[in-house]
Design a binder for this molecule. Sequence first.
Ligand SMILES: Nc1ncnc2c1ncn2[C@@H]1O[C@H](COP(=O)(O)OP(=O)(O)OP(=O)(O)O)[C@@H](O)[C@H]1O
Ligand SMILES: Nc1nc2c(ncn2[C@@H]2O[C@H](COP(=O)(O)O)[C@@H](O)[C@H]2O)c(=O)[nH]1
Length: 222
Amino acid sequence: MAPDLHHTDHHHPDLHRRGLMFILSSPSGTGKTTIAKRLLAEDDAISPSISATTRPPRPGEVDGVDYFFVSQSEFDRMAENDEFYEWAEVFGNCYGTPKAHIRAGLKTGRDFLFDIDWQGTQQLYQKDAQDVVRVFLLPPSIEELHRRLSGRGTDAPEVVAARMDRARAEISHWDGYDYVVVNEDLDECFDQIKLILASERLRRKRQTGLIPFVRGLLRTRV
Ligand SMILES: Nc1ncnc2c1ncn2[C@@H]1O[C@H](COP(=O)(O)OP(=O)(O)OP(=O)(O)O)[C@@H](O)[C@H]1O
Ligand SMILES: Nc1nc2c(ncn2[C@@H]2O[C@H](COP(=O)(O)O)[C@@H](O)[C@H]2O)c(=O)[nH]1
């Protein structure tokens, strides 16, 4: 059955500005999925960008929640129909960002959270720089990254080794991001991510003139 890529949600977008595309990238195993889940659970105004992938689901992953798990032929069909904002091949599987839902949401002030790699980040930035905020998470050390990848227990040793090989290349792109945050202590890292999101929202609201107006109003009343 074809995946439902056009589901609706009922959160409240910010009607006073365009939505933002909040990108979380990191070497595999650093913790971006953990942070993303927490942010989505706490913050109603941001929705996940759910990628399509040809990778098989990991235990516990749910179709339409974690990814849209599609066959290679379905993925190829979507790419040919220009249904992706961007797509890339990562670790031998294809991953792509379906665009229809995101485009419509951004116009109404909905924010979206992207868990995508460096290639995808570049492509999104080239297409839509004004809406994009790029955040890169770093592990405290390469040894700790290996511990996290192995400790997650979801990948065979050769998959862990491939992800470690790729980590160095991913880390070399750190300066192509707007913010770099080290995920050592999970709570601290999460607080920093929330601060970044809050300040980027405020900056965009300021650009619309809403904040000066509210300030003016308060001044009149005092
Ligand atoms: N600050 C932290 N301290 C210790 N362990 C952590 C921390 N953050 C995340 N982890 C653990 O590290 C493992 C990898 O985290 P996660 O799956 O979120 O990484 P990821 O960056 O999304 O990886 P991938 O790109 O492969 O999806 C998980 O077992 C998670 O519980
Ligand atoms: N360019 C894109 N990269 C994506 C997308 N969705 C996920 N990813 C990245 O792939 C790797 C591996 O993910 P995993 O879930 O198999 O561990 C990771 O770096 C993701 O950020 C996408 O749509 N486009």
